[in-house]
Design a protein around this ligand. Sequence first.
Ligand code: GLP
Length: 350
Amino acid sequence: MIKLIVCKDYEEVSDKAAQLVLDVVKSKPDCTLGLATGSSPIGLYQRMIRDHEENGTSYQNVKSYNLDEYVGLDVHHPESYYSFMYRNLFDHIDIREENVHLPSSQGDDLQKNCDDYNAALAQAEVDVQVLGIGSNGHIGFNEPHTPFDSVTHIVNLKESTIRDNARFFDDDISKVPTQAITMGISNVMAARKIVLVATSAHKADAICKTICGPITEEVPASVLQKHPDVTIIVDEAAAALLPKEEVKVEVLNTEVFDDVVREGTVLVDFFATWCGPCKMLGPVLEQLAPEYGGKVRFYKVDCDNDPALAQRFGVTSIPNLVILKDGQLFSRSIGFASKDQLKAFLDSAL
Ligand code: GLP
């Protein structure tokens, strides 16, 4: 099952991811971590380092297994995933070198390297696997159409992945390796718990397909829908294409009205159940309410049940929309309004 957490920005995404991962490390000091590279988990690693320095959380007995490694780069190349992990995490915590594992892309027999990594993973039992996601939905380097039952293998990187990763190679596509070794999808799915982090509009399509699309090898991350414990943590930009929750606009009555509208900006729709235009306006408001999440609260007042409230705001015909700011009348629009007119009306109050 996927649990989704939408945060306002990268910092909050990293805070939430760190809470989840550190919970595991603190409750099980000899845990096994599955780790990822890319820019997405850097904030998480910074928080793990800070926690290690400030609270003394130890990694002496922690083991780690990384998802993937480029083929064709020396391990000490600054953009090898080995270098990335030491630079961004391992050099700053007390994890033991012999407990750190990355797939090796050195030597002539890459298939043997894959087999060895699989054998090691089979013994490992990863407690929490950290993941980023590629803009094409890849996890690790499992590109679209990788079989869900795949184990560690050599992969030819897709053009979109090479383009995306060129930013780490002076924006020069010709410097980006074209092959990698990656844990397979079944290795990733074997983890007890999975935490995926993604930020920016560039990831919105992949996140939408991962959470709401069909489970298909075309979108490797969609397999996560089958895992019992996955948390996906995204910023608002990466969540932008997810269907908005349907918001029911609540009906307010006289007793609670003043308390509820005392603070902030509120739109009140004065309606009656027998009024045709009121019925057409209701769904427009329900569509708009999530777009103004946090900035404007939406309520309805039934004029037949609450004539006193209608009178108080001078409502003589319906529908009648009223904007209140901190309990005071700010402006009023009479009659049915289109979505765009309503937006302009609401924006005037912000
Ligand atoms: C690479 C890595 C993935 C990572 C992806 C996204 O392709 N192999 O593990 O998730 O990049 O990277 P970023 O977080 O920089 O967008």
